[in-house]
Design a protein around this ligand. Structure first.
Ligand code: ADP
Length: 497
């Protein structure tokens, strides 16, 4: 067994994980703990930041103990995290002043509506690359300052600190010595100007957020701090990135020729720009990709709300499959979808349609429609939605990609991957290691301490599991896309609330 490793802390929306990687980028071991989701009101989602820390620290300790490793055998730690989730804490006591407000939380919808009505949307997009939406941290910070008793006064006096989850973990790992984040996480706050790489004073003023609460922003790869906590004492934290950007890096998508799509609960498609910020004309987000020095890298990002979770619905809601994996064989038991198209707009539609009132729709069913057809339509819907993202991204870039690299739970499904390639008319490539988010964080950390020498070494580590080449003609793909479009139209603007 090799002597030294990189440790990735992968802090997700439902669980905290610690993953050990060796120099060839192989996953050596993994530990994981789930934590509680709090839903205090309809569309509100919170986490206990202390519980996040406790679970994250305990899985890190466990993975070292299990493998009988001393802290000195860990050359560096890389953090990757659920993005946008917002924590405000007291600098002296390190106590959060409120539960963390999670990215999914919609409590600031009316604030965002007001900001849009006041005509701020375009300036916010130009400066931050984002839409004015409750998804991002900025209005969540404002809500905390406006709502928690005395919060604003304490913030003005410099007593409070704000951070996304990476920043909170770094604070705890260093016993409150380091208050910093990386560019990818900063770019999801709605407060960071991605053009000049600073917290934007105009936006801070509009949202009434004092600059004193904000962390220092650093490149994603580089020395952040050394850990103070006992079990990890002295290990440098030298990589930080938000989960989707970390996955883009872990997939070795270092230029604009490739893109990556993650098929988890939702789908996230990211493509790095050729040079500089590209503000989307097609309702996508511009975001900062991982940087290994002070120069900025930009990416265009699109996301689908209901991706792999439509398969969970087949399992838990309809009961027509017992496991997600079964969906592959069931879909292949019929020769086509039998004319059935499912639009899984269960919580509205994300990019590029952005219709919060759209709802799930199943079109074209007949007396002959079977569970197999519905399952096939469900898997196809993941691919159709991802293809809509790629079309919008390509329209922004004015060209297409050479290949799509895939990861996430549903990327295991061969039927889905083949159909994705057919629709997109590009090769879809699944790597051997699909834990690309954690791998990306490990790469960022390892690069900074010389564990890996450069990006070329990382690109060489990346190994293919399976390539799916388009197996139908473009005309045949277009015909199916046209039918999908019709179904999509029928799902829009359905909800009346
Ligand atoms: P997340 O990180 O968002 O929790 P994962 O990457 O773990 O998601 O992927 C889980 C999702 O993938 C679930 O929604 C599940 O339904 C789906 N999934 C898992 N395996 C398969 C499969 N073989 N075919 C289709 N979908 C699958």
């Amino acid at each position: 067994m090799p002597k030294d490793f990189i440790l990735a802390l992968d802090q997700g929306t439902t669980s905290s994980r610690a993953i050990l990687f060796d120099a060839s980028g192989h996953l050596v071991d993994i530990t994981q703990k789930e934590f509680e989701q709090h839903f205090p009101k309809n569309a509100w989602v919170e986490h206990d930041a202390n519980e996040i820390w406790k679970t994250q620290y305990s899985v890190a300790r466990e993975v070292l103990q299990k493998n009988r490793l001393e802290p000195k055998q860990i050359k560096a730690i890389g953090i990757t995290n659920q993005r946008e989730t917002t924590v405000l804490w007291d600098r002296k006591t390190s106590e959060p002043i409120h539960h963390a407000i999670v990215w999914q939380d919609r409590r600031t919808a009316s604030t965002c509506k007001q900001l849009r009505e006041d005509g701020h949307a375009e300036a916010f997009q130009q400066k931050t690359g984002l839409r004015v939406d409750p998804y991002f941290s900025g209005t969540k910070v404002k809500w905390l300052l406006d709502t928690v008793p005395k919060a604003r006064e304490r913030a003005e006096r410099g007593e409070l600190a704000f951070g996304t989850i990476d920043c909170w973990l770094l604070w705890k790992l260093t016993n409150g010595h380091t208050h910093a984040t990386d560019v990818t996480n900063a770019s999801r706050t709605l407060l960071f100007n991605i053009n000049d790489g600073r917290w934007d004073t105009d936006i801070l003023e509009i949202l009434d957020i004092p600059e004193s609460i904000l962390p220092e922003v650093k490149p994603s790869s580089g020395h952040f701090a050394d850990c103070f906590v006992e079990a990890l004492k002295g290990i440098p934290v030298s990589g930080i990135a938000g989960d989707q950007q970390a996955a883009l890096f872990g997939q070795a998508c270092f230029d604009h020729h490739k893109a990556k799509n993650t098929y988890g609960t939702g789908c996230f498609l990211l493509r790095q720009t050729e040079n500089g910020a590209l503000i989307s004309q097609h309702d996508l987000l511009t975001t900062l990709a991982c940087s290994t020095d002070s120069t900025f890298k930009y990416a265009i990002e699109g996301s689908v709300f209901t991706g792999g979770s439509v398969i969970q619905w087949l399992r838990d809601g309809l009961g027509i499959i017992e496991s997600a994996a079964e969906s592959e064989a069931l879909a292949q038991s019929v020769s086509d979808n039998g004319g059935a198209y499912l639009v899984p707009a269960f919580t509205g539609l994300g990019a590029p349609h952005w219709d919060p009132h759209a709802r799930g729709t199943l079109c074209g069913i007949t007396r002959g429609t079977s569970a197999a057809h519905v399952t096939r339509a469900a898997l196809e819907s993941i691919a159709f939605q991802s293809r809509d993202l790629l079309e919008a991204i390509n329209a922004d870039f004015n060209d297409t990609i050479e290949e799509l690299r895939v990861d996430g739970g549903a990327a295991k499904n061969n039927f889905l991957m083949q159909f994705q390639s057919d629709l997109m008319q590009v090769p879809v490539v699944r790597p051997q290691i699909t834990e690309t988010t954690a791998l990306g964080a490990a790469y960022l950390a390892g690069l900074a301490v010389g564990y890996w020498s450069d990006r070329d070494t990382l690109a060489k580590n990346w190994a293919v599991d399976k390539v799916f080449e388009p197996a139908i003609s473009k005309d045949a793909a277009d015909a199916q896309i046209a039918r999908w479009r019709q179904a999509l139209e029928r799902s829009k603007e359905w909800a009346t609330d």
